[in-house]
Every structure is written in structure tokens, then in C-alpha cells.
Write a protein that binds this ligand. Sequence first.
Ligand code: ATP
Ligand code: FE
Length: 356
Amino acid sequence: TTILGIESSCDDTAAAILQQSNGKGVILSSVVSGQEDLHAAFGGVVPEIAARAHVERLDLCVEKAIADAQISLSEIDAIAVTAGPGLIGGVISGVMCAKGLAAGLNKPLIGVNHLAGHALTPRMTDGIAYPYLMLLVSGGHCQFLAVQSVEKFTRLGGTIDDAPGEAFDKTAKLLALGYPGGPLVEKAALAGDPARFKFPRPLLDRAGCDMSFSGLKTALRRARDQIVSEKGGISKQDRSDLCASFQMAAADTLAEKTRRACLAFLDLSKAHSPTIAVAGGVAANGVIRGKLEQVAKDAGFDFLAPPMKYCTDNAAMIAWAGLERFNAGYSDDMTLAARPRWPLDQSAAPMLGSGK
Ligand code: ATP
Ligand code: FE
């Protein structure tokens, strides 16, 4: 089976061609057209600008994916597309593009939950078996999932407000470092003192795997404002110390909640050789990744971090999730709807007119 994947739910337009071999994905091509340059001036993704860019770029990305894979359109057996959750204008653009192709080629259409795409990525890259524990930690998401089948994802906990990536981006904005913030904060933190500011580690006193990152952002702003009011401005060293202290607080929170998620996963799955996989842009952070690896090791888990280009938004993961759904007998028709919100525990694709 050769499958085309299409992704346009945030600020990356992506298309990929994928096949399956030995229980893993064989990625024939993966095209990602980012829009950072379009949104940089605004310090975040502007939905309307993103949607227009997707409309302009989808066809080009699909054409390039087919050319890179050295196949012809007629060799595609099915078309998988992100049907949500995400910025609705972008999701609609992708779904319309996929419907057009499915109708024109007379091939099956498969709506994929973007989060399922992230959650199934370790199977695409490493062929790992169900069940496994997944930490999705990105600009838009932060949750622990027990991934039990292509259909069954159990949420063990997650952020109750901001995602950590969002907090990194806001921190970078507050400190005028640039966008996207994660890598810039990590870089600035290298020269900083993580112990200079005592930032909160929220919800550690509360049982379970839920997290909160909005208080951290507020604490950071207060600390910055205090320095500015005392000294009239902030120095390069202040900035580095703020970044390092912020990063350590985020890492500590994630590490402690990951430790608890490992225990919860063992309770639920009774897995004998458990694996935890991490995905999402924040998993690129060296300090956070180091802490998570240690926690996994201490809990007796294998730690898996798929290559970064498949951990951030891409269409290969959508093609893979589509392929798994297709193999399990699922497909959609022209009633497939784009959905801004789509919890993973409702994994069947939505239909037009079905609300929400
Ligand atoms: P989603 O896919 O969940 O809708 P997204 O597109 O923002 O959200 P990703 O592309 O997976 O998610 O990740 C981008 C986020 O990761 C950004 O918020 C960015 O700041 C953060 N990030 C990237 N690199 C690092 C890093 N080295 N340290 C911390 N955060 C990082
Ligand atoms: Fe994503």
C-alpha cells in the first residue's frame, strides 16, 4: 500500500508518501513547508495568514512529495489527511485538498486525528508494539497517553492550561529573544544560573499527572519586571539566568509528572518491558530530554525519542496513522469534516453536520 499524507493544522504545510515494511513505515518522501517567516513579526501563529498560506502551498507540497518519491499519482492507494484538531482554516484547506484528490483518483480517504499522528510516530519510526506510554510535549499540547491500539488512547494527564512550548515561546517574547522561542531560550540558558530565581513547580503537591505552566510564565514576567524596575533594564546575564531558571522549573515539573505517568501506565497496562516515547518540539530541549531519560531509566522504561523531523509537525506521521487505520478497516467518505477540537479518545473521524 502506498499512501499520501497531508497535514495543515498549524503553521506547517506538509505532504508525504509512505509505504509499510516489516511493521515500520518506509518514508518515500516528506515535504514540510514552514511558515515561520510569515508569523515571526507577530510572535505567534496568525490563523488567517496560516490558512491562506496553506491554500497556496498544499498543491505544491503534494506535487513535490510525489516527485521526491519518484512515483506517479496513479500509484497512490489511499489519501490520509489531518481532519483536526487545529486551526480550523488550515484543517479545512487540507481536508478539501484531500477530498479533491480522493474523488479525482477514486481512492479511499482517511481522516486522521493530528494527535494520533504524533502518538503513533514511534511505531512508524521504530515499529514498537502496543501498548506504550507517550508524552506529547509541543507548542500546542502536553499530555501523557497510554497508546493501546490505533483506536485506543487513554489520557493519563496533561496540562490544565498552557503547553510548555507555548511557555517557552512567551518567555522568549517577554525577553525579546525572538521566535520560535524554545531553541533561543535553551541557548540563552546555557550561560545562566538555574538556581537564581525560584520559579514555581505547580501541582506537584497534587496527585496524578496533570501539569500547569501558566503560573511559570507569570512568575517569569514578575521577575523580569522587578529587575527592570530596580536596575532600569535587564542585562544579558539577567536574561540568561531567567531562561535557565525557567527551563529548570519546566524540566522539573515534566520530570516529576513523567515519573508518575510511568507508574500509572504500569498499573493500566501491566506491560513487562515498558517503553516511553516522547514527541513534540519541546522534546528537542537537551535539559528536559536528559531529565526524562533519567526518569525513564529509574522506572525501568526504555526511552525512545524518534528523529526530530518526525516529532514536529509533518505529513509522514499522518500517512502512517492513516495506513494503520486503513489496515484496521477504517475509511471515510466525502462527509469527512474538519474539526477544530477533537479529543483523542473519540478517535473515529467526524462527519459533516455531526457538530462540534
Ligand atoms: P502542535 O503540533 O502541538 O499543534 P506545534 O506545532 O507548536 O504544536 P511542534 O512543532 O512540535 O509543535 O513544536 C514547536 C514548539 O516546540 C514551539 O513552542 C517551540 O518553542 C518548542 N521548542 C522547539 N525547540 C525547543 C527547545 N529546544 N526547547 C524548548 N522548546 C522547544
Ligand atoms: Fe503537532
